[in-house]
Design a protein around this ligand. Sequence first.
Ligand SMILES: O=C(O)C1=C[C@@H](OP(=O)(O)O)[C@@H](O)[C@H](O)C1
Ligand SMILES: C=C(OP(=O)(O)O)C(=O)O
Length: 678
Amino acid sequence: MFSTAFLDLPPLRRAAGTVRLPGSKSISNRVLLLAGLAQGTTAVHDLLDSDDTRVMLAALEALGCGLRRDEAGVLHVTGLGGQLATREAQLFLGNAGTAMRPLTAALAVLASTQGGAFELSGVARMHERPIGDLVTALRQLGCPVADLGQPGYPPLRVGDGGLHALHTAEPIRVRGDVSSQFLTALLLALPLVTAQGPVTIEVVGELISKPYIHITLELLARFGIAVQREGWQRFTLPQGSSYRTPGAIHVEGDASSASYFVALGAIAGVEQPVRIEGVGLDAIQGDIRFVEAAQAMGAQVVGGPGWLEVRRGTWPLKGLTLDCNHIPDAAMTLAVMALYADAPTRLTNIASWRVKETDRIAAMATELRKLGATVEEGTDFIEIQPLPAGQWQAASIHTYDDHRMAMCLSLAAFHPLVGEPGEQPGRMVRIEDPKCVAKTFPDYFEALFDCVEALPGAVPVLAVDGPTASGKGTLASQLAQRLGYHLLDSGALYRATALAAQEAGVPLDDGEAVAAVAATMALRFDGDTVWLAGQDITDPLRLESTGGLASKVSAHPPVRQALHALQLSFRRLPGLVADGRDMGTVVFPDAALKVFLTASAEERAQRRHKQLLSRGVEASIDSLCADLRARDDRDQNRSVAPLKPAKDAHLLDNSELSIEDSVAQVLSWWQPGTPRQR
Ligand SMILES: O=C(O)C1=C[C@@H](OP(=O)(O)O)[C@@H](O)[C@H](O)C1
Ligand SMILES: C=C(OP(=O)(O)O)C(=O)O
């Protein structure tokens, strides 16, 4: 997961490859609750691991359910068998509607019938998401529910410790026009009170997001509860309903998450399709019908059970008007596809967008406008005009702690002129707070980068060059962390070459022979660990003596040549911070930003001295200073790739700066707009 403050996406042009989707959030949290209420143990395969399921799991654990993950990653849930194991708990449910609403209902019923009291709270936004219609239904049933904050919103306390007779003979009435999760919550919880007779739920007003009720009914059926229904108005739980574990259950891939990859194929699956695995045309999730909307916009989709393949069909995409009530989550993806269309796109009947992770109609309109689009919004619709190729603007996209805003808007990084003659350099899309995807798809950006390709030369490089002991290694690694970029420590390649040559018995002054070693050595970086031919060389690589050897081998032109291609291969999405001596001048002359880091020889000698002392090595500052000056002189005057700032480098003397100051300075040069390709 990218935990950076922002993630810069360079202009992308093509998509191809395969994504294996994480499990469905809606199925995962329903299955967890059903398994938690059932008697016996349920083996849950392919459960989603994300913020929303973690809060549900933590709640089940606090309530006394047994949870065990086996070596294969299968979760075994041992349920309560309908009996409370603990009578009081405070449950924090983050921003997971699929945890907050169903747990409120289930615990209200259990607390009222067995005696107990439970507090349910969430993040600040959860306390702005309505739950009043569910609370009204639960009170009608006879459950005590107390508002702990603003009435109609979490936090809530359900139960008051006492026993309460519930009124199950009359139909329980619930409104369904704000969220379908209120009805889902009652359907999941009320089997608990069917001992005396059947229980009927009546929906008041128009039910929204109907396909989510279908998921609820399907999963209840798998747990042995056959709900009888009359249209979308009346649902009856038969007398004596009880949750029976199916033993094992498999969670399908998330169909809402699939929408980003379906869109990817439609926008940029030019030569090859984007293949999606884990969810297919047999899905029980309503969001699979996003496929039809994407097809209507021009996507070519084929699929079967558990898979889809999507390529670009009509281009530009076709604008459309669509009632999106049945696909409220995936519909957001259409709003970004609309930028690439030939005519306006109007998405209607989406009032529920306003009460989800953020006010999604307002947020979408604001962020699409930043890209240059013309957008109209109403209480329950959004209309987006196509964005002509020349009018796309670089933008920093605010994501409102809403996973879908981040995932949808990443699709705006595609270059609108993809595959057309006279492609122009593209723009950069900055996604703020990319870790918000953790709600349902923590590795979304990794999955995206695995199946997209940037415009040639567009993967940004930030080159940090400078003399020995200038602190460029530390600066480069901090920058890579802050930007979420890959890191190339080119010095390590020369050091590894020297070690490999020594190991092979090759004389270090034989440039051609050392180059042959460099070209074939089996070098692998694994986080901070470096492997050479299966051996961990992390420590030997850092030795002063290895530095001396590296200085020798790096003076041979054939060695530099041999390592050139290897260095270029580090340039991968989303970007690269390259640390060395000739990164900006020779290896990445087109780097988006070049920094030449210096510090006075005295200051560098002091730093080196400290570093050596910390490793228990004694040294004199004067001799270190003399060594550094001699090394600078050699580096600056060698014939191949002498150490010098690139003409377009920013010079940074960090003699008086802390690491944090230097990082801040470089990041201020790296604002959208400044790097060359933006
Ligand atoms: O029941 C569910 O799993 C969901 C129902 C939908 O909410 P609404 O019914 O509030 O539209 C959907 O947006 C949400 O992501 C998941
Ligand atoms: C609305 C959503 O979530 P929740 O389950 O919290 O309602 C969503 O995932 O888009």
